[in-house]
Design a binder for this molecule. Structure first.
Ligand SMILES: Cc1cc2nc3c(=O)[nH]c(=O)nc-3n(C[C@H](O)[C@H](O)[C@H](O)COP(=O)(O)OP(=O)(O)OC[C@H]3O[C@@H](n4cnc5c(N)ncnc54)[C@H](O)[C@@H]3O)c2cc1C
Length: 471
């Protein structure tokens, strides 16, 4: 006879496992069903380059994970997670110019010159960035740091093109725009600054990697689930209601499409309409590199050795053109590129003498174009000789990401566009937009507020709601 469960979580990404862990800790009998053969969704690490070489398949750097109240409450560091924290959160690399965005604010004058004060006022205004991040990740709930939020919110709604005018130099404007462009939005659109302000502020708390790979985050979550009596089954794709027990609460760490397919007509009309209207964003093409040496950066190699994240962009116009092309469905000819060298800060990922790097660029939704030539050219221009140290590459196009994880619709890495509407209404306007309105049924993936990133907040909010209402 099949065991009895109080809750079934469909999908084992960071949000699904956070929901499962939160419920299990509260004493609920939890089952997690995952379609893939391994757990973790967008936080998986594999050994595709060889045994003992840990490659992050998707997410790599964790500014939001590090400050996540969901992860803190579940004591992930007590369950084996260790953060590797670089001194430099982001190295912004133009031609012949590197800006080190460090954790310490006192470096701002040296790095930003005449724009140091403007950077501090706009990007690092809070004296307690982690506490403000809590409020932002809990949106649209009522914030605790009301003054900070009152300053943050109007700026977050502005287009990057407007906020960039606050800077006197193009280099500072471009450094801000690159952080904001993690949201993959045209710089002229309302709301395109939001990610830049959140992620920029978190350059102070740090942009760490998880020791051993991002998988360590989901493994720690799974340890909490199993440690509290939960069960996780992999290789089980949920496609119909009959696969799920009739009387358990259901948590979908999936795309809205799966909820529509499985729950279908039972969804209340308001939520069903919201899911039909839900928009997906563009995609990325990622290139992973196995290297015989660290990347030989031409400028400020000391800075490049002290970071896990680099942004490669000529200037503000370069980022603007790339994002405008992508939004218009054009494959950018010479995109700006973001990437990292995790082995710089986490030597446990590969044997001595072996190094890892990854880099990706934004592409239109569903794009199956291999962008590795453009990505390699962007690195080679700033690190002559790079191609000679490459021992292996793995290219994952946007179309490939969609196959790898059904949440990445057409390669959208955040399972939903970060448009102005979906910053506010994701997928409905509610303090708990995860609750579908059908008793006991939740959508808890990054298709719900606060959106993309490995922080588990959507899963936590769904679980907290379910525990609060009881059944
Ligand atoms: C290339 C790339 C780079 C990224 N970089 C970063 C980064 O550096 N930092 C960061 O914070 N975030 C990053 N992200 C985003 C981050 O990975 C996601 O926002 C996050 O993983 C979302 O978590 P989730 O739990 O909502 O969904 P996911 O992680 O997508 O997990 C969903 C899980 O549900 C499973 N599933 C779906 N449908 C079904 C079904 N019907 N039955 C059973 N199982 C199902 C899937 O197989 C998957 O395992 C990146 C993503 C990608 C793809």
């Amino acid at each position: 006879m099949r065991d009895v469960f109080d809750a079934v979580v469909v999908g084992s990404g960071p949000n699904g496992l956070t929901a499962a862990a939160t419920l299990a800790v509260a004493g609920r009998r939890v089952l997690v069903l995952e379609a893939a053969e391994t757990i973790g969704g967008g936080a998986r690490t594999d050994e595709a380059f060889g045994t003992g070489i840990h490659r992050d398949v998707c997410s790599a750097v964790h500014p939001t994970g590090f400050v996540s109240p969901a992860f803190a409450d579940l004591d992930l560091t007590g369950h084996g997670l260790r953060w590797c924290m670089p001194d430099v959160s982001i190295a912004h690399v133009a031609d012949g110019d590197v800006i080190a965005v460090r954790r310490e604010k006192h470096s701002l004058a040296e790095e930003f010159g005449v724009d140091a004060t403007r950077w501090e006022r706009l990007v690092a205004p809070s004296t307690q960035p982690a506490a403000l991040a809590d409020d932002i990740l809990a949106m649209p709930a009522i914030p605790r740091r009301t003054l900070d939020m009152a300053r943050f919110s109007p700026a977050a709604l502005a287009p990057v093109d407007v906020l960039a005018k606050a800077f006197r130099t193009d280099r500072a404007a471009a450094a801000f725009a690159a952080i904001a462009a993690h949201a993959i939005r045209p710089l002229s659109t309302l709301g395109s600054s939001a990610a830049g302000l959140l992620l920029g502020m978190l350059t102070e708390t740090g942009w760490p990697v998880a020791e051993g790979g991002s998988q360590a985050i989901v493994d720690a979550l799974a340890a909490v689930v199993v440690g509290h009596g939960g069960r996780i089954e992999t290789g089980v794709e949920v496609t119909e209601r009959a696969q799920l027990p009739a009387d358990a609460d259901l948590f979908f760490d999936t795309s809205p499409a799966v909820v529509q397919r499985v729950i279908g007509d039972a969804l209340p009309r308001r939520y069903a309409r919201a899911l039909r209207r839900f928009d997906y964003g563009p995609g990325v093409c990622k290139v992973d590199f196995l290297l015989s040496e660290p990347i030989p950066w031409a400028h400020r190699p000391d800075v490049m050795a002290a970071t896990a994240t680099f942004h490669l962009a000529d200037d503000l116009a370069h980022i603007r053109t790339t994002e405008a092309d992508v939004a218009a469905g054009r494959v950018p000819r010479r995109p700006w590129v973001l990437g990292g060298e995790p082995t710089r800060v986490d030597p446990t990922r590969a044997p001595a003498g072996t190094h890892l790097a990854w880099a990706y660029c934004h592409v239109p939704a569903g794009c199956d174009v291999d962008m590795s030539a453009a990505v390699i050219a962007a690195i080679e221009r700033r690190a002559p000789g790079f191609s000679d140290i490459v021992d292996g590459t793995i290219v994952t196009t946007a179309a490939d990401f969609a196959v790898h994880n059904s949440n990445d619709i057409a390669g959208d890495i955040n399972c939903g566009a970060a448009s102005l509407r979906q910053l506010l209404v994701r997928p409905i306007l509610s303090p708990t937009p995860q609750f579908t309105g059908l008793p006991g049924v939740y959508l808890c993936s990054s298709a719900t507020a606060p959106g993309g990133g490995v922080h588990g907040m959507s899963g936590r909010r769904a679980a907290v709601h379910a525990l609060h209402v009881g059944r």
